[in-house]
Write a protein that binds this ligand. Structure first.
Ligand code: SAM
Ligand code: DTB
Ligand code: SF4
Length: 332
């Protein structure tokens, strides 16, 4: 059995009741605790900027209920094969010029073939050559593939658990929770940094959110980067009409992520386009210290650069200088 699965069955660092106790704190107490942890481990008022690019879009055989790129749902997403290198490089240069530190490339695959991986490796090497940190999210990895990516100079591999083990079957049927843990173990064993988080607003309960955070926090070591996505409700997907999550519950989720994984970079990921500025401000207070910059995530909209600049000015936040490789003050 691999380390991650075994770890779930050992005495965990964080129990679900202990995490639920954090969620239940008065909001001021929770925020104070999260911000205190944040300042012990990260520079104050600094936010790491990443840019996303969909390098292969749509026609995905998987059935993730939130995802506009699944071939099983009729959405407005237009399919596109692997993007040519020149186009990727143009996007990466644009991201760098706009102050991004990290360039994240996403592909709508269940799992890449060796040939598909050859193409992505070319992209990673070229983007890395621009002096950007690199991250890819390509689906499940087979033995040896994470090592190939590491050799190519990849920094992070993103692979989300998305939700708790108990709620997982409500959202995805075409791959298992343990499949995801296996890929995460391969990424870890290859010496890549792990970017792993989930989505809230899937109609789940607080217990489910606590379960997701418990699994992440009990990974040994926990991920270097934890994206917390708010569901982007896309017409045509099964979750298009999911009930809105209370914005303060989203803020609580960020705060609990920060407290349970002090040194990780907490990424305020999808969902900012529909989020009030005040909610985003509370997320930064709660310990979020990374965002995606630029008008598009993979296939859905994200706030314009100028809107984020204005928000940062109003909040007294600064983007991390582009050449800062490490955002935490300490190591786990
Ligand atoms: N196909 C690969 C996979 O799923 O492993 C990589 C790309 S996939 C689009 C990357 C992540 O995007 C998903 O795990 C999910 O967390 C997030 N995501 C996809 N659609 C979303 C949506 N509508 N709202 C919020 N997050 C979403
Ligand atoms: C992550 O956790 N969120 C990003 C990144 N990892 C790949 C993706 C968000 C996608 C939102 C839906 C879309 O734009 O298609
Ligand atoms: Fe495919 Fe990834 Fe979307 Fe799931 S989340 S349908 S695997 S692109």
């Amino acid at each position: 059995m691999d380390t991650y699965i075994r770890h779930e069955t050992l005495t965990p660092t964080w129990s679900i009741p202990a995490i639920l106790d954090l969620f239940a704190l008065p909001l001021n107490d929770l925020l104070l605790r999260a911000q205190t942890v944040h300042r012990q481990h990260h520079p104050a008022n600094a936010v790491q900027m990443s840019r996303l690019l969909s390098i292969k879009t749509g026609a995905c055989p998987e059935d993730c209920a939130y995802c506009p790129q699944s071939s099983r749902y009729a959405t407005a997403v237009e399919e596109a094969p692997l993007m040519p290198l020149a186009q990727v490089m143009a996007a990466a240069r644009k991201a760098k010029d706009a102050g991004a530190q990290r360039f994240c490339m996403g592909a709508a695959w269940r799992s890449p073939t060796e040939r598909q991986l050859d193409g992505v490796i070319e992209h990673v090497q070229a983007v890395k050559g621009l002096g950007l940190e690199t991250c890819v999210t390509l689906g499940m990895l087979k033995p040896g593939q994470a090592e190939r990516l590491k050799e190519a100079g990849l920094d992070y591999y993103n692979h989300n658990l998305d939700t708790s083990r108990e709620y997982y079957h409500e959202i995805i049927h075409s791959r298992t929770f343990d499949d995801r843990l296996d890929t995460l173990q391969r990424v870890r064993d290859a010496g890549l940094k792990v970017c792993c988080g989930g989505i809230v607003g899937l109609g789940e309960s607080r217990e489910v959110r606590a379960g997701l955070i418990a699994t992440l926090a009990n990974l040994a070591p926990y991920p270097e980067s934890v994206p917390i996505n708010q569901l982007v409700k896309v017409p045509g997907t099964p979750l298009a009409d999911a009930p809105d999550l209370d914005p303060l519950e989203f803020v609580r989720t960020i705060a609990v992520t920060r407290i349970t994984m002090p040194a990780t970079v907490v990424r305020l990921s999808a969902g900012r386009e529909s989020m009030h500025d005040s909610t985003q401000a509370l997320c930064f207070m709660a310990g979020a210290n990374s965002i995606f910059q630029g008008e598009q995530l993979l296939t859905t909209p994200n706030p314009a650069l100028q809107a984020d600049k204005d928000l940062f000015d109003r909040l007294g936040l600064r983007a991390m200088p582009a050449d800062t490789g490490i955002t935490c003050l300490d190591q786990q």
